[in-house]
Design a protein. Structure first.
Length: 243
């Protein structure tokens, strides 16, 4: 699945998300298949006015992700996004991401899926270069769904709280499940990213697959620190597998 970066740029909180294969907000252990090309088109819109009475500018993100390894047990993807959020950093809109991972059961019978990756690699030093690296493990638990846990670390010059203190590390947690009792096309997820930078958030989402290659996530993001991230956001994320 998609999903989504937040940047603190020139002391202006702004949503910016370079998207590896994700849940609603955080990365997932999913990896694009070899030679597949995935396109994400994500929008984040403020749910309410800011304290000053203004609306936070909407964020628009678009970019491809390409599967690059021809192996069943070790897979990898690379990609980039172009983003616009109505802030000064729009002049440097390119963000890169990459991930390598193994599916469940690859190491031994019953082994969890594992992923190691990086995202939000911006091109402007100490402004857009959040340079986040992360590790994740995930396991399906019968009808309960899939549970994921991991940790991330990023650029402590960029990932800060409202006082400028470092907030560049934190937990990554998620649950997701196909709601087959309703339809095999319906998927739900809840995820959490720790920390009091603008990245920290608890997110909820539902996805509907309109075809085998096209799905849309409808979600909501509750930020850990609204003083730096601003108002909570609604998100609509279109995911298309081009081939």
């Amino acid at each position: 699945m998609k999903k989504i970066l937040i940047a603190v740029l020139l002391s202006i909180p702004a949503c910016v998300w370079a998207t590896p294969s994700t849940q609603v907000w955080i990365p997932s252990t999913d990896v694009q298949k070899f030679k597949s090309v995935h396109l994400n088109v994500d929008n984040y819109v403020s749910s309410e006015k800011e304290t000053a009475g203004n609306w936070k500018a909407p964020l628009f993100v678009i970019g491809p992700t390409l599967g690059v390894l021809p192996y069943e047990k070790v897979q990898a993807e690379v990609g980039f996004d172009l983003m616009r959020a109505g802030v000064a950093a729009d002049s440097d809109p390119l963000y890169l991401h990459a991930k390598v991972g193994t599916p469940e059961g690859s190491a031994f019978a019953g082994s969890p899926a594992l992923a190691l990756g990086g995202y939000n690699f911006g091109t402007k030093k100490d402004v857009t270069d959040q340079n986040i690296v992360y590790g994740l493990a995930a396991k399906n638990v019968g009808k309960l769904g899939r549970f994921s846990a991991g940790y991330y670390s990023g650029n402590d010059k960029v990932l800060v709280d409202e006082n400028g203190d470092k907030e560049n590390t934190g937990l990554l947690l998620s649950w997701d499940r196909t709601l087959s009792e309703v339809s095999d096309k319906l998927w739900a997820a809840v995820d959490y990213q720790g920390g009091d930078s603008a990245l920290g958030a608890l997110s909820f989402g539902l996805s509907w697959a309109f075809s085998p290659n096209t799905s849309v996530i409808f979600g909501y993001d509750v930020y850990n620190n609204d003083k730096i991230a601003g108002a909570n956001t609604y998100t609509v994320q279109l995911d298309i597998n081009l081939w």
